[in-house]
Write a protein that binds this ligand. Structure first.
Ligand code: ADP
Length: 159
């Protein structure tokens, strides 16, 4: 069984993240979505809330995904979870430089773990969790960016 991990903050999950996860599931039998917790950066949603939202919006493929909270290095987690690859999404050239550094750093830590990049649908190529949070803060229309479930959670936060 081919397993990959898909790490990120998912604060909150967007259609962009979902697009990447679905593309990865065409290649891998199982995808472990790692909600990475940054101790120096409090997110808008708790890690548990993020897990709940990812599970809800990905429920049509729930038999092929697992969603877990991670406080460890992605490359270490990949090994521990018996996965072989790290999935990342690419939106624009601006993502490339950061991903380039991360991939090479990860390779130094463990040369057996490789990263695979998927390009999102062009309609999500500008979309990030930060953009979504900014729009939500000003009560903008979120329906093209996040599923209804996530939209409602954002509304609750900014009420
Ligand atoms: P962000 O906070 O930038 O939305 P995350 O840290 O949650 O992102 O990102 C996890 C992974 O998902 C990264 O590889 C990121 O490039 C990718 N990703 C996030 N949004 C999109 C999108 N709209 N299209 C493609 N990939 C995306």
């Amino acid at each position: 069984m081919k397993t990959a991990v898909y790490p990120g903050s998912f604060d909150p999950v967007t259609y962009g993240h979902m697009d990447i996860a679905k593309r990865a599931l065409k290649v891998f039998d199982k995808l472990i979505i790692l909600i990475s917790v940054n101790p120096n950066k409090a997110g808008l949603f708790t890690p548990e809330e993020r897990v709940d939202m990812v599970k809800e919006v990905m429920k049509e493929c729930i038999d092929k995904i697992e969603v877990i909270i991670s406080n460890d290095l992605t490359v270490k987690q990949t090994e521990t979870l018996d996965a072989t690859h790290i999935i990342r999404g690419l939106r624009a050239v601006t993502d490339f430089e950061y991903e380039f550094q991360m991939t090479h750093a990860n390779r130094v830590l463990n040369r057996d773990v490789d990263s695979i990049f998927f390009m999102t649908d062009h309609k999500y190529s500008f979309l990030s969790s930060n953009t979504v949070k900014e729009i939500a803060q000003f009560n903008g229309d979120l329906k093209k960016f996040v599923p209804k479930y996530v939209e409602n959670k954002l509304k609750e936060k900014y009420q």
